[in-house]
Design a protein around this ligand. Structure first.
Ligand code: SF4
Ligand code: SF4
Ligand code: SF4
Ligand code: FES
Length: 948
C-alpha cells in the first residue's frame, strides 16, 4: 500500500548538469545549479515552512513564510525564489525568522474560520501544518474587524466545492490553471485585502471556462477547493498507483482509498505520461464503478426477445461453451469468433485472442482498433517498419513546429493538450489541419499560425500538396533522405508529388483551403526547426486512412523530422489500450508483436507453447463477421468490453448481423446496446478491480493495480480462462503477471518486460529487449526499424461518399472532453452536466437555408439511414459541413454512417458521410422503435417469472 502524501519539494528540479555546494543549517549540500534554496533544503531533509510554493508550479514568492537568512546578505529572502549559489551559508531557523513567520501565520489565521475539527481537510491542510510548524500559539487579532469569513460557497461544480472563506490568496490555484492546465479560467480579483479568487466575472465555476481538470483543487493548500468525495467520505488512509482507463494518454493516478472505497483519484507526480496532471474524466469520473446499473451476475436467455435470467458463473459458462461447440459442430469451425477490447488490459486481450486461435481453432479475432487506428498500424509499418508512434509525450517539449491533423487534443487527449499548449506558449508554432475550428486554433495565449479547414475526405490531397511544396521549393532534407531512406522509392515519390495536379493551386480547387495557406504551412513545417505531427481519427477513419498515415510518414522523412526528440509521427490513440490491443495479436492476420499468421516460424513457436495447431490463414475482420452472419455462415460471437452496435458504422447492418447469430456473448459492465442482441451476458470488472497493464499512445506499458475486489466475483481474465476451460482448452495462470511473462516470452518487442521491471521503473516503452532493456522512448534513432525508410506514393482518390442534390452536406464526428466514446462509463457519472445529449453542429448559413434554429430537432438523413438530434448553430464548422459527437445511444449517430472503409484495413469511414438535414419534430421512427426494443430487451426476469 502506498503513502497518501508525496514529498513536496516546493519548487521544480533544476535540469542543470553543473552543481554548486552550499551550507544550510550547518549541513553541506551539493545540488544542481538553478535549484532553489527551498528545494536544496528539502532534498537534504530540512523542512522550510511554505504556503504559496509547490513543486508542480513555478515559484511565486507571495506568502513570505519561507524566509531564510543568508550570511553576508541583508534581509530575509524567500527561499522559494532564491537560487542556490556556490558557498552560500543559509539559516532556516533563527529567532528573527521564527518571529516573522509567526507574524505571517497570525495574519492568515485571524481571517480563517477555526473549524478545523469539522473541516474536510483536517489532517490534509497545509495551513494547519504550517501553524504547527511555525509554533503559532496565539492569535492576537479577533474576528471583529473586516474579514472574509462570511463569503458564500460555490457548490456549482459537481466534483468540488469552492469555499472562499478559507482562501489565503496564495494563487496556487490560479497558477495551476495557467501553468499546468493552460485554461486560464481563474483570476485573483481585487487588490490587497479585497483580493479573492474568481472563476470568471461574477460566474460560478460551472458557468466559467473551467474544464474541471482539478489541477487547482490539487494545488490548493487549504480546504478552499476540496473534492466533494473527501467531504462525503473523509480523508483517505492509503493509496495504490494505477492507470486511467479512459483515453490513450495513459495518465498515472494514485487511487486514494479508505478501505475498499475510492476517496479520490490524484494524478501521480511520477507518472511519465501525465507528470501529475489529469483531466475531468480520469480524476473525477470513476463513479460508474459503483453505479446501480452495473450488472453483477451472469445472465442467459434462449432468445433475444426473452427476459434475462440470472444464473451462476458455472451455468453461464457451461451454456456458453455448449452453444459454441454446438455451433461449430453444425456450421463448422469458422462459424464463431471473438472481439477483444481496447478498454481491457494487455493480459485480458492476449487471452481472448489465444482463446480464439487455440480454443475456437480459427483466427476470427478482431478488435475495436479496427474502427480507429488500424490504418496507423498499416501505414507506419509499411513506411518505417513499426506499427506505432515514434515519440514519447516529453518529446513535445522539444518541438518548434507542431502539426495537429484530424485530432482535437483539448477534448480527446486533454493532458497531452495541456503539455502541447505549454510548449506553444513558450513559442512553438502550430499548424491545425481540421475541418472544424477546434479550440487549439485559438485558445488563451495560443493561436495557430495556420488553420487549414479542409473539406472532410481531402486529407491525402492536402498532405500530398504539402509534400509538393517541400519537394518543388527545395526544402527536402537531402542528407537525411540519402542516409536513411530508400533512394529509388524517394525519387519515384518526389516525381509523383511534384506533378502539377498535386500542387496547392490544384488541390485548393476542391479541398477548401487557399493555395497560399498550404504553401506557408509546408514552408513552416519544413524549415521551422524540430517539427512534429500529431494526428487522430480524423486521419485514419477514412476510405484513404492508411494512405493519409503514409503521407504523414513521407512528410516526416522528407524533412528529416524523425529519430530525435521534438519531431516524429505521433498517433493520438483514442482508447486507453488501443496500442496494446494491437500489440497483443488482436487482428485476424497477426499474432502478438505484429507477426503474420502465415509466418511459419512464429506460428510454430505458439503451437509448441500452446499445444495446438494454428490456422495459417487470416480470419474474419469485424465487418466480415457481420457480413458472414447476415449470409448465414457465422453464428457465434464472444465480445469482451465492446459495444459494436453503438460504436461501429451502419447500425442497421450491425443489428442485422447480430440478430442473425445464434449465440452472442457480451462481457461488459453494463447491459450495453450490443447486449440487446445477446444470449449470454458475462459481467465485467472495472479497472479499479483488476491487475494488468495498459499501453498508451507512446507505447508506454503501465501497471493497472487492483484497489478493490471484483464486484462480480471474477476478474475479466479469470472469466476468459473459465470459458476456455469449459470449451476443453486449459489456460493455466495464477496471476496476470504470469500472462505478461508468456507475452514477453513470445513477443520480441516485449522480451525484457515483466511486472517486476514495471514496478521498478514505473513504466516502460516498448521495444523492451536486450538492445533496450529499459525501453525505447524515441524510435528510429540512427535508422528505421525496417532498414531504409520507404516513401509511398499517395495518390488521392476521392471517397465514393459524395455530396449531391439529395445529400448536400458532409457529416463528420468526434468526441467531447467530458464524455468518452459510447459514453457507457461517463454517462453514468456527473459528467453529464457538461454534455447531456449529442448535438448537431451546423453553420449559420446552412441552418438559415433550412429554417433550422438553435435547439431545434433536426432530421439527419444519409444513404444508410436516418436519425434526429437537436441543432447547435455555430461557425466552428464551415458551410457545407455538419458535426456531431456519438456519446449517447439515443442519438444513434452511426445509423447514418456508411459501410465505406479504408482500402487497406477496413477501418470505417466515420468522418465523411453525405447527409441532408431538415427540421423535424423529434426523434426519428427508428430511434423510437429502437428505444422500445432496447427497453424490452433489457428486462431481467424476476424470480417468479423464472419459476413459471
Ligand atoms: S478545475 Fe482546472 S480548468 Fe477549472 S479552474 Fe481548476 S485548474 Fe482551471
Ligand atoms: S483557493 Fe486555495 S489555492 Fe487558490 S488562492 Fe485560495 S487558498 Fe490558494
Ligand atoms: S482521460 Fe486521458 S487525459 Fe484524462 S485522465 Fe484519463 S488518460 Fe489522462
Ligand atoms: S513559499 Fe516562498 S514565499 Fe510562499
Amino acid at each position: 500500500m502506498g503513502l497518501i502524501h508525496e514529498t513536496d519539494y516546493g519548487t521544480k528540479p533544476s535540469a542543470s548538469a553543473k552543481t554548486v555546494t552550499l551550507a544550510i543549517d550547518g549541513t553541506k549540500i551539493e545540488v544542481a545549479e538553478g535549484t532553489s534554496i527551498m528545494r536544496a533544503a528539502m532534498e537534504a531533509g530540512i523542512q522550510v515552512p511554505k504556503l504559496c510554493a509547490t513543486d508542480t508550479l513555478d515559484a511565486f514568492g507571495s506568502c513570505r513564510l519561507c524566509l531564510v537568512e543568508i550570511q553576508g546578505r541583508n534581509g530575509t529572502p524567500a527561499s522559494c525564489t532564491t537560487p542556490v549559489a556556490e558557498g552560500l551559508v543559509v539559516s532556516t531557523q533563527t529567532p528573527r525568522l521564527k518571529q516573522l513567520r509567526r507574524g505571517v501565520m497570525e495574519l492568515y489565521i485571524s481571517d480563517h474560520p477555526l473549524d478545523c475539527l469539522t473541516c474536510a481537510a483536517n489532517g490534509d491542510c497545509e495551513l494547519q501544518d504550517m501553524a504547527g510548524a511555525v509554533g503559532l500559539r496565539e492569535v492576537r487579532y479577533g474576528y471583529e474587524g473586516e474579514n472574509h469569513l462570511g463569503l458564500a460557497k460555490d457548490e456549482s461544480n459537481p466534483y468540488f466545492t469552492f469555499d472562499s472563506s478559507k482562501c489565503i490568496a496564495c494563487s496556487r490555484c490560479v497558477r495551476a490553471c495557467e501553468e499546468t492546465q493552460g485554461t486560464f479560467a481563474l483570476t485573483i480579483e481585487g487588490r490587497g485585502f479585497g483580493s479573492r479568487v474568481s472563476a470568471g466575472a461574477g460566474e460560478t465555476f460551472l458557468e466559467s471556462d473551467c474544464v474541471s481538470c482539478g489541477a487547482c483543487v490539487q494545488a490548493c493548500p487549504t480546504a478552499t477547493l476540496t473534492e466533494k468525495s473527501v467531504i462525503e467520505i473523509g480523508q483517505p488512509e492509503h493509496s495504490v498507483v494505477t492507470t486511467c482507463a479512459y483515453c490513450g494518454v495513459g495518465c498515472s493516478f494514485k487511487a486514494e482509498m479508505r478501505g475498499e472505497e475510492v476517496v479520490r483519484m490524484v494524478p501521480y507526480k511520477d507518472g511519465k505520461a501525465n507528470r501529475g496532471h489529469s483531466c475531468v474524466k480520469g480524476r473525477f469520473a470513476w463513479g460508474y464503478a459503483t453505479h446501480k446499473d452495473r450488472i453483477l451476475n451472469p445472465m442467459i436467455r434462449a432468445k433475444i426477445t426473452d427476459p434475462w435470467r440470472e444464473v451462476s458463473w458455472d451455468e453461464a459458462l457451461a451454456y456458453a461453451a455448449s452453444e459454441f461447440k454446438r455451433i461449430q459442430a453444425k456450421y463448422g469451425r469458422n462459424a464463431v469468433g471473438g472481439i477483444t477490447s481496447s478498454r481491457c488490459t494487455n493480459e485480458e486481450t492476449y487471452l481472448v485472442q489465444k482463446l480464439v486461435r487455440a480454443g475456437f481453432g480459427n483466427n476470427n479475432v478482431d478488435t475495436c482498433a479496427r474502427v480507429c487506428h488500424s490504418p496507423t498500424g498499416y501505414g507506419l509499418s509499411t513506411t518505417y517498419g513499426t506499427s506505432a508512434g515514434t515519440q514519447d509525450f516529453d518529446s513535445v517539449e522539444h518541438a518548434d513546429v507542431v502539426v495537429v491533423i484530424g485530432a482535437n487534443p483539448t477534448d480527446g487527449h486533454p493532458v497531452f493538450a495541456s503539455r502541447l499548449k505549454k510548449r506553444l506558449r513558450e513559442g512553438a508554432k502550430l499548424i491545425v489541419i481540421d475541418p472544424r475550428r477546434i479550440d487549439l486554433v485559438r485558445t488563451p495565449h495560443v493561436e495557430a499560425a495556420h488553420h487549414l479547414p479542409l473539406r472532410p475526405g481531402t486529407n491525402v490531397a492536402i498532405l500530398t500538396a504539402l509534400a509538393h511544396v517541400i519537394v518543388t521549393e527545395g526544402l527536402v532534407d537531402e542528407a537525411f533522405v540519402r542516409a536513411n531512406c530508400d533512394l529509388a522509392e524517394f525519387n519515384r515519390w518526389a516525381a509523383f508529388v511534384a506533378e502539377e495536379r498535386n500542387s496547392p493551386e490544384e488541390v485548393a480547387k476542391f479541398a477548401g483551403v487557399a493555395a497560399e495557406t498550404i504553401r506557408e504551412a509546408a514552408r513552416l513545417y519544413a524549415t521551422g526547426g524540430n517539427a512534429a505531427i500529431y494526428y487522430g481519427l480524423g486521419v485514419t477513419e477514412h476510405s484513404q486512412g492508411s494512405t493519409s498515415v503514409m503521407a504523414i510518414a513521407n512528410l516526416a522523412m522528407a524533412t528529416g523530422n524523425i529519430g530525435r526528440p521534438g519531431v516524429g509521427v505521433n498517433p493520438l490513440r483514442g482508447q486507453n489500450n488501443v496500442q496494446g490491443a494491437c500489440d497483443m495479436g488482436s487482428f485476424p492476420h497477426e499474432l502478438s508483436g505484429y507477426r503474420h499468421v502465415s509466418d511459419n516460424g512464429a506460428r510454430a513457436m505458439f503451437e509448441s507453447l500452446w499445444g495446438v495447431t494454428l490456422d495459417k490463414e487470416p480470419g474474419l475482420r469485424i465487418p466480415n463477421m457481420l457480413d458472414a452472419a447476415v449470409d448465414g455462415a457465422f453464428k457465434g460471437l464472444y465480445i469482451q468490453g465492446e459495444d459494436i452496435l453503438q460504436s461501429d458504422p451502419d447500425t442497421h447492418h450491425v443489428a442485422a448481423g447480430l440478430a442473425a447469430m445464434e449465440c452472442v456473448i457480451v462481457q461488459d459492465l453494463f447491459l450495453n446496446e450490443t447486449a440487446n442482441y445477446a444470449h449470454i451476458f458475462l459481467p465485467g470488472s472495472t479497472f479499479l478491480e483488476k491487475d494488468g497493464t495498459f499501453t498508451n499512445a507512446e507505447r508506454r506499458i503501465q501497471r493497472v493495480r487492483k484497489v478493490m475486489a471484483p464486484r462480480n466475483g471474477l476478474g475479466d481474465w479469470e472469466v476468459t480462462l473459465a470459458f476456455a476451460k469449459a470449451l476443453g482448452f486449459t489456460m493455466d495462470y495464477a496471476h496476470p503477471g504470469e500472462i505478461m511473462d508468456e507475452i514477453a516470452a513470445v513477443t520480441p518487442t516485449f522480451k525484457g518486460m515483466s511486472y517486476a521491471k514495471l514496478d521498478e521503473l514505473g513504466s516502460v516503452q516498448w521495444p523492451c529487449n536486450d538492445k533496450a532493456p529499459e525501453g525505447t522512448p524515441v524510435m528510429h534513432i540512427g535508422g528505421f526499424v525496417r532498414g531504409k525508410g520507404r516513401f509511398m506514393i499517395t495518390e488521392y482518390v476521392a471517397t465514393d461518399e459524395r455530396v449531391g442534390p439529395r445529400f448536400p452536406l458532409l457529416l463528420t464526428t468526434g468526441r467531447i472532453l467530458s464524455q468518452y466514446n459510447v459514453g457507457a462509463q461517463t454517462r453514468r457519472t456527473a459528467n453529464v452536466v457538461w454534455h447531456e445529449e449529442d448535438r448537431l453542429e451546423i453553420n449559420p448559413h446552412d441552418a438559415e437555408e433550412r429554417g433550422i434554429r438553435d435547439g431545434d430537432w433536426v432530421a439527419v438523413r444519409s444513404r444508410a439511414g436516418e436519425t434526429a438530434l437537436r441543432a447547435l448553430i455555430t461557425d466552428r464548422v464551415a458551410a457545407g459541413v455538419v458535426y456531431t459527437t456519438f456519446h449517447h445511444p439515443d442519438t444513434q449517430a452511426n445509423v447514418v454512417t456508411t459501410d465505406y472503409s479504408d482500402w487497406a484495413t477496413n477501418c470505417p469511414e466515420y468522418k465523411v458521410t453525405a447527409v441532408q438535414c431538415m427540421p423535424s419534430n423529434g426523434p426519428s421512427d427508428w430511434q423510437t422503435r429502437y428505444r422500445e426494443h432496447a427497453d424490452q430487451s433489457r428486462r431481467i426476469a424476476k424470480p417468479a417469472e423464472v419459476a413459471e
